[in-house]
Design a protein around this ligand. Structure first.
Ligand code: SF4
Ligand code: SF4
Length: 115
């Protein structure tokens, strides 16, 4: 059966949407098991969303960059006797996250994943 140009365009758009959703889902599944996770339903402006914050404690060197760059004070430094500088970070309240990704892109050791 021959498709009209409009039908082809519509089916192309549906396929792109499907592909994007599949990528998002596979990325979610790909948060490694050894990452600690915090999850929360959030609101960004008027839009409802959900965030998963993944954090790899073993790789974290407690530099505090994520704490400094987060505009919503989602991260805090806590004591960790097993670390060379005596500290790591943790999430205070995932519900405050706005998924800006600043913490993920600035972490020098790839310890944070935001989905
Ligand atoms: S930026 Fe990365 S390495 Fe530094 S404290 Fe945050 S999670 Fe740890
Ligand atoms: S994504 Fe943005 S708001 Fe959320 S924890 Fe990271 S820096 Fe903070």
């Amino acid at each position: 059966m021959l498709l009209t140009a409009k039908t082809e365009q519509a089916s192309f758009r549906i396929n792109i949407k499907k592909l994007r959703m599949e990528i998002a889902m596979s990325e979610k599944i790909n948060i490694p098991d050894h990452y600690r996770r915090w999850e929360a339903d959030i609101k960004i402006g008027k839009k409802e969303d959900h965030v998963t914050i993944g954090y790899w404690r073993d790789g974290c060197k407690g530099c505090g960059i994520c704490v400094d760059v987060c505009p919503k004070q989602v991260w805090e430094i806590i004591e960790a006797k097993d670390k060379w500088n005596g500290q790591v970070v943790q999430v205070t309240d995932a519900a405050k996250c706005i998924k800006c990704m600043l913490c993920e892109v600035h972490c020098p050791d790839f310890c944070i994943k935001i989905y």
